[in-house]
Design a protein around this ligand. Structure first.
Ligand code: BMX
Length: 285
């Protein structure tokens, strides 16, 4: 069977890959030009894939934001500003000229980790702590997408004070808080400063980890998954997962979660959407 073209459009980067089963045969990455718009991001993806024309039979496109009935919209414009409801299915079909499967990025990554990664075909919850906070869940062996495609959007959960979780714990939040206290750079630079002993940077990361630990506690009670898989640039940053695990230890053992690093790393989304595209081809659903 010909490989699948898999595209992952996130708030920070666009990844294009040629995928066969659990193998990424080739891939290219480019930074998401955040001030551009969906037409430009799809054009960037097409440029990444230009060397593979004729080498794929179908494509899967996974994006930050909600996808429903072929339309792409932002749940949180601060993560990536997709104006209105963008006709993603129509645009992808005309640019790549093969059957297309579309899905939210964290849902696709959840499926990838279920099929080929840390989930090992056991029910799981997936969390990406990245530009925003994305999520997905596989329940009774099926990917939870919901009636309007937003199943798993845990980053949009409301806190007591009405704030949105990802605006108080994501990579964007870490960077914004760092700037507010006079530290420069994005989340990676804040982790580097903490590693060099900067107490304020360490406290920011710890605050994010504490909020994610509380989220894991709540998700365990809702889904009771075999494992909560953590991915994303922040989620996979050195020392972050142990901080979450330490904070989870304050919960009663019988409901504490088993946490695991995303085994597929940055490839979870492209491997997941390619698997979903193959399922669609096989079952025609
Ligand atoms: C936001 C939302 C989710 C996404 C998550 C992580 C938008 C544009 N995105 O909660 O759909 O899964 O961020 O996004 O509303 P990432 O770009 O950090 O992977």
């Amino acid at each position: 069977m010909l490989p699948t073209l898999a595209i992952d459009i996130g708030g920070t980067k666009i990844l294009g890959a040629l995928v066969q089963g659990k193998e990424v045969l080739a891939s290219h990455t480019v930074a998401t030009a955040r001030s551009d718009g969906p037409d430009d991001w799809i054009a960037q993806a097409a440029e990444l894939a230009s060397g593979w024309r004729g080498d794929y039979a179908r494509c899967g496109v996974t994006v930050t934001g909600a996808v429903h009935n072929g339309l792409w919209s932002a749940m949180n414009p601060k993560t990536l500003n997709i104006p209105g409801k963008y006709p993603l299915a129509q645009r992808v079909s005309s640019v790549f000229d093969v059957p297309a499967t579309l899905c939210n990025d964290a849902q696709a990554a959840a499926w990838g980790e279920y099929c080929f990664g840390a989930g090992n075909h056991k029910d799981l919850v997936f969390l990406t702590i990245s530009t925003g906070i994305g999520g997905g869940a596989v329940v009774n062996g099926k990917l939870l997408q919901g009636q309007s495609g937003i199943g798993g959007h845990f980053g949009l959960l409301l806190s007591e004070d009405g704030s949105v979780l990802e605006d108080t714990a994501s990579g964007n939040w870490i960077a914004a808080e760092a700037k507010r206290i006079g530290l420069s750079g994005q989340a990676p630079e804040v982790f580097a400063a903490a590693a060099k002993g900067n107490v304020q940077a360490d406290e920011l990361i710890d605050e994010s980890a504490a909020r994610i630990a509380r989220l894991c506690h709540n998700l365990q009670l809702i889904f009771d998954p075999a494992v909560i898989v953590i991915g994303g640039g922040v989620g996979l940053a050195p020392g972050y997962l142990p901080r979450v695990q330490t904070k989870l230890k304050t919960l009663p053992d019988r409901i504490s979660s088993t946490l695991a690093r995303a085994a597929l790393g940055a490839n979870a989304g492209v491997l997941g959407i390619a698997a979903l595209a193959n399922l669609q081809t096989t079952h025609g659903d």
